[in-house]
Design a protein around this ligand. Sequence first.
Ligand code: FEO
Length: 168
Amino acid sequence: MLSEAMAAALNKQVQLEAASSQAYLAMASWADIQPGLQGVTDFFYQQSDEERIHMLKLLKYVNERGGFGVVPPLEQPILTFLSLKRAFEEFLKHELIVTASINDLVHLALAEKDYATHNFLQWYVTEQMEEERLARTLNEKLELIGEDKSGLYLFDRDIMAYRGTGKG
Ligand code: FEO
């Protein structure tokens, strides 16, 4: 059985994962109307779907452990970006917030000696390492590319390969 504090903290994470899904959906929609960014568009649509899966896993876990998984309200995310670079900077910024939040949850689980939740959270710890690495890699590539159009063409063409297996 989850403590009230743990259930509340996990529900906060549900909200953050839902916000991530919304944020990346907005990035996908923005990329979709830019010329020549089909790869980036697909990337963010898929990223948004993954975040929804992260949210669902948490919601179901809270219910399984005697809490109540709360479906959060939707907030409108940032809709437009000055450049592709700016969108990917936002992506990294967002992932760093999620990592910090997962770390806080792990800390709480240990403080409460809630080893089941600690074990459950290890999947998120690994996932965040991968997502952060991916976000950093993509930002570094865009930094290198700058305004070079052929570089941007290749970035868009190859982005799904950087993502790896694309598992959720
Ligand atoms: Fe589920 Fe990318 O944080």
